[in-house]
Design a protein around this ligand. Structure first.
Ligand SMILES: O=C(O)CCC(=O)C(=O)O
Ligand SMILES: [Fe+2]
Length: 305
């Protein structure tokens, strides 16, 4: 069972019930559905529209903003270029487009070539940049707000996390999974856990996403219209000293073409990921968030074969 949490009362200042639900979800399932989150459904719909326009472009125009042109994990990822589960030999049947924190080329961190501090690649599509960045900012704000509830649950000051997400290593990923071609070995996205702190996912309602909570078999994630699928990533699991769980999930080949929008929220590059106060004897050494994410991404991309 994936819990459904309504964020509306918490956003209006009454967070007790929400925090209790969040606590159980983050410690047991690692996944929940979030309603009442306040992100404008028209904005989400507009991003889906932009994703459809982008993926419908001729391949050459997509490759013109290809991820190989970016040292910072931005841009277009072609069908068959990724393999999230390296134990099966199955290549993911999906294409994607990554957008990161949008800094100008003359920003000192960009000019200095700091990791995760690059410019975005933009397709030549009317409204694409403004629409996707509005959504990026809304998802970022929501993710920071959810970290306030996480802090309440962990018994640390509510504002503990906010300074760690002022210029986050966040990625908005537009995803398209073609309809299944019927091959027995097909997978949309292989089994994996996410790397970051929180992931906020919007889907077009087409089935395919499954999660495997600890000690259970794969279960379908139900579609709740307008809700985000929220999950804990490995970085937050480590930060909470394994009190929260990051849960494996995958996307089965969909019966019809499927679109989703995944917003991966990682902390600022300089954030130190060390067991949070009150979480017990540290199980892991402290690590800079940028070093942690870089290691995880390197492992994924090495596995592409
Ligand atoms: O498309 C989805 O529903 C999930 C995608 C996902 O898990 C990921 O990209 O990490
Ligand atoms: Fe994922």
């Amino acid at each position: 069972m994936i819990p459904v949490l309504d964020h509306a009362a918490a956003r209006a200042g009454d967070g007790a019930a929400f925090t209790a639900g969040l606590s159980a979800a983050c410690r047991e399932t690692g996944f929940f559905l979030l309603t009442g989150h306040g992100v404008d459904p028209a904005l989400t719909a507009a991003v889906f529209g932009q994703a459809a326009a982008l993926f419908a472009l001729p391949q050459a125009r997509k490759e013109a903003v290809g991820i190989h042109l970016s040292p910072h994990n931005r841009g277009y990822v072609a069908l068959g270029a990724e393999r999230l589960d390296d134990t099966t030999g199955q290549v993911d049947r999906k294409e994607a487009f990554n957008i990161g924190l949008d800094l100008p080329p003359d920003h000192p961190d960009v000019a200095a070539g700091k990791p995760f501090r690059g410019v975005n690649l933009w397709p030549d599509l009317p409204g694409f940049r403004d629409t996707t960045l509005s959504y990026f900012n809304a998802a970022w704000a929501l993710g920071v707000d959810l970290h306030r509830a996480i802090a309440r649950d962990l018994g640390i000051p509510e504002g503990h996390f906010a300074p760690e997400f002022t210029a986050p290593m966040a990625t908005l990923r537009l995803l398209r999974y073609p309809a299944s071609a019927g091959g027995a070995q097909e997978i949309g996205a292989g089994a994996h856990t996410d790397y970051g702190s929180l992931t906020l996912l919007a889907t077009d309602g087409t089935a395919g996403l499954q999660v495997r909570p600890r000690g259970q078999d794969w279960v379908d994630v139900p579609h709740v219209p307008g809700a985000f699928v929220v999950n804990i990533g490995d970085c937050l699991m480590r930060w909470t000293n394994d009190i929260y769980v990051s849960t494996p999930h995958r996307v089965l080949p969909p019966a019809r073409e499927r679109y989703s929008l995944a917003f991966f929220l990682d902390p600022n590059p300089e954030t130190e990921i060390a067991a949070l106060p009150g979480t017990g004897a540290p199980k892991y050494p402290a690590i800079r968030a940028a070093d942690y994410l870089a290691a995880r991404l390197a492992a994924t991309y090495d596995k592409k074969g």
